[in-house]
Write a protein that binds this ligand. Structure first.
Ligand SMILES: Nc1ncnc2c1ncn2[C@@H]1O[C@H](COP(=O)(O)OP(=O)(O)OP(=O)(O)O)[C@@H](O)[C@H]1O
Ligand SMILES: [Mg+2]
Length: 310
């Protein structure tokens, strides 16, 4: 057991009849990090999270939270969970709901009230403490769901697509809160999202899954470097001519022109690529406006690992 890990799974598997939703997953989430969990619809993210919180049991493998078997009292105490589609007691006020959820997590009445006040203020919901949850906007509901996850001051937050349905302002403010939690309280946050440019700003490390299996897991920088290694951007005064001239070169594994006027090149042999590009430029009598490595994004990593790159 590695003491630096907040979440560790080994061969974690969940089958629903014939359908294997999670297939031998080995997850390693380090303490104090924000760790992204990314994959297409149906990849098994929510199912994995449900096994980690202990609401469903795996059919094979092991899962540990903060060193304790997932589902045990100690593991549950360590974590707070905000589900994909939060459901509330719609008739309750935000105040009553949070006090109730805090009491459920084992707090006394006075402590629950103190914590509720703290959380409502911190999440900018203080003015709405007496309003019914049913009338809340999507952003307010999401913040309330985060508040209930945090009621008992867990060391780990498991957040299933917390920014889906939020407008850009709502996303920004939620992201700032999460960064603040890591910075000031060293909380570990395990977060799934489909909004990759946003996740990229937030996470230290990321796990990509597809069909219940890990396809990549590392720090974002390392993954980006791996993707960047063989990728180049070229812009010339006549891209069409250069594109035609470079088409079919053996040292180029991929080439396409984007709508911003950049030629994207993939090559594992930079020296050969440079020579071919210069030959083509001279022959076609055009000028190079830009030639350099392409800066990869999390989106590029995703497309590449999911085998959808061009
Ligand atoms: N209770 C269930 N019974 C049967 N199949 C299920 C059940 N829950 C999930 N599945 C299936 O397991 C697979 C993984 O689903 P899961 O909800 O974990 O995916 P996800 O990665 O969270 O997807 P999304 O991005 O759409 O939220 C899907 O094929 C889904 O249909
Ligand atoms: Mg899901």
């Amino acid at each position: 057991m590695d003491n630096d890990l907040m979440i560790e799974t080994r061969g974690l598997t969940k089958a629903f009849g014939d359908l294997v939703a999670v297939n031998g997953l080995d997850l390693r989430v380090r303490k104090g990090r924000i760790h992204g969990f990314v994959g297409p619809n149906g990849a098994g993210k929510t199912t994995t999270m449900k096994m980690l919180i202990g609401s469903i049991r795996g059919t094979a493998g092991e899962a540990f939270v903060n060193g304790h078997p997932a589902g045990s009292v100690e593991a549950r105490r360590s974590l707070g969970y905000s589900p994909e589609r939060p459901s509330f007691y719609w008739d309750m006020t935000a105040w009553d709901y949070l006090v109730y959820m805090s009491r459920l997590s084992g707090m006394g009445q006075a402590a629950a009230e103190k914590r509720t006040k703290e959380l409502l203020v911190w999440l900018d919901l203080g003015r709405f403490y007496n309003a019914r949850v049913g009338g809340f906007s999507a952003g307010m509901k999401q913040r309330l769901s985060l508040a209930q996850a945090m009621a008992h001051q867990p060391q780990l937050l498991i957040l299933d697509e917390p920014t889906a349905n939020l407008d850009p302002d709502g996303r920004m403010s939620l992201m700032e809160k999460l960064l603040q939690l890591r910075r000031e309280q060293s909380l570990t946050i395990f977060i799934s999202s489909h909004i990759l440019p946003e996740l990229e700003q937030l996470v230290d490390a990321v796990t990509l899954i597809e069909k219940g299996r890990t396809v990549a897991e590392d720090s974002v920088e390392t993954l980006e470097q791996e993707v960047t290694l063989d990728r180049y951007l070229l812009k010339t005064t006549n891209n069409e001519a250069i594109l035609a001239a470079l088409q079919g070169e053996p040292c180029i594994q991929g080439i396409h022109l984007d709508e911003k006027g950049f030629i994207h090149l993939r090559s594992s042999d930079l020296a050969a690529l440079q020579k071919r590009v210069i030959d083509a430029v001279v022959r076609s009598d055009v000028l190079i406006e830009h030639f350099g490595r392409e800066q990869a994004s999390l989106q590029d990593i995703y497309l590449r690992t999911m085998g959808k790159e061009r």
